[in-house]
Design a binder for this molecule. Structure first.
Ligand SMILES: NC(=O)c1ccc[n+]([C@@H]2O[C@H](COP(=O)([O-])OP(=O)(O)OC[C@H]3O[C@@H](n4cnc5c(N)ncnc54)[C@H](O)[C@@H]3O)[C@@H](O)[C@H]2O)c1
Length: 317
């Protein structure tokens, strides 16, 4: 089998490539990545084929020309919500235009078994009441430039798939955490700032609630969807750790203290909230539980320890 992993030098894409190297050692893995924010080329050293470029350019077609791929998994995206308020056009280019360009490139692929578009729980928009959960068939209601560009990207993928007879499926993952995530994201920022003795900024009162999924569980889920999904299907990949941001920060402080790194609670600083800040996402697990051989198995503390060690390594500690 031959697979193209776009965005495979990024946080989740890099872990997915690692999983493939372990689980599918006979697959020929190609990574296409522009080596932008969040990417670490060092993490995909075992991959023979690294193509450096942007998915929204004709480079996607160039990489695919003369090669038949069995699978394409698209992780490539601009991913930081805060930056999407400042440079929304970058998000539209990578997250929406990039998807349509990739699908165009796939039109000439005769043996493609599946194009998997990696999406996010944020496309549903916030769920107001704790008991309400978003289902795969719900209407989408994204509210910030990142989630809007991701929603447009997955809908373009499903639409062009039907139009051009390309098998397409979509995963919507919860907030993901684990080693090697860029420190602009919440968990590595908390850990790195603590280790450097810097203020740990928490938006508003830290009451926004997120569901957390380990990067290992997320990648295992994506692989199961890739191997088992029918075309046109959407799958929620929900974690089961539900925490307010302040509670999450306090949990990290507990784990760091348990590792005898110190007590960093005095560094927590409340800062002005985002202009638009979704309060809560919550996805139904029913379809995935009934339809896939997948369930998240990792313990939060274990993966937080891996993440803390990864941050320490990045900081040379
Ligand atoms: N991190 C999360 O919590 C989370 C949760 C659910 C879904 N997702 C989705 O998973 C995917 C990966 O997220 P991540 O956290 O690993 O992000 P990341 O920012 O760490 O990695 C993204 C990678 O994509 C590459 N990239 C960006 N734009 C590109 C372009 N136009 N052409 C080629 N390469 C490009 C970057 O260089 C980077 O290596 C994204 O699609 C994101 O929307 C992330």
């Amino acid at each position: 089998m031959r697979i193209l992993v776009t965005g495979g030098a990024g946080f989740i894409g890099g872990h997915f490539v690692e999983l493939l190297l372990k689980e599918k050692p006979d697959w020929e893995i190609h990574v296409l990545d522009m080596s932008g924010v969040g990417s670490r080329e060092g993490t995909i050293e075992g991959v023979e084929w690294f193509h450096k470029g942007r998915i929204e350019s004709t480079f996607s077609s160039f990489v695919m020309s003369g090669r038949e791929f069995d699978y394409v998994v698209n992780f490539a995206a601009e991913t930081h919500v805060d930056r999407s308020f400042v440079n929304p056009s970058d998000f539209v280019a990578s997250n929406t235009l990039g998807v349509s360009q990739l699908l165009s490139a796939c039109r000439r692929q005769q043996s493609l078994k599946m194009f998997l578009q990696v999406s996010t729980d944020e496309v549903y928009g916030p769920t107001a009441v704790h008991a309400i959960q978003s289902h795969e068939s719900d209407l989408l209601s994204p509210r910030n430039p990142y989630s809007i560009s991701k929603a447009a990207g997955e809908q373009i993928a499903l639409c062009l798939g039907k139009l051009w007879n390309i098998p397409v499926c979509v995963t919507r993952g919860s907030n993901t955490f684990g080693p090697r995530q860029n420190r602009e994201k919440l968990i590595p920022k908390i850990i790195c700032n603590a280790l450097e003795g810097k203020e740990i900024p928490i938006y508003g009162k830290g009451e926004q609630i997120r569901t957390w999924l380990s990067v290992y569980d997320h990648c295992r889920g994506i692989l199961q969807v890739l191997l088992n999904s029918m075309p046109d299907e959407v799958w929620n990949l929900s974690g089961h750790f539900v925490l307010g941001n302040l509670k999450l920060c306090e949990l990290i402080m507990d784990v760091m203290e348990g590792l005898k790194l110190g007590d960093f609670r005095k560094l927590i600083t409340f800062v002005e909230d985002r202009a638009i800040h979704d309060n809560h996402y919550s996805m139904s697990k029913t379809k995935t539980r009934d339809g896939l051989p997948w369930y998240p198995i990792d313990e939060m503390d274990d993966v937080l320890i891996d993440t803390i060690q990864s941050c320490r390594k990045d900081l040379g500690l």
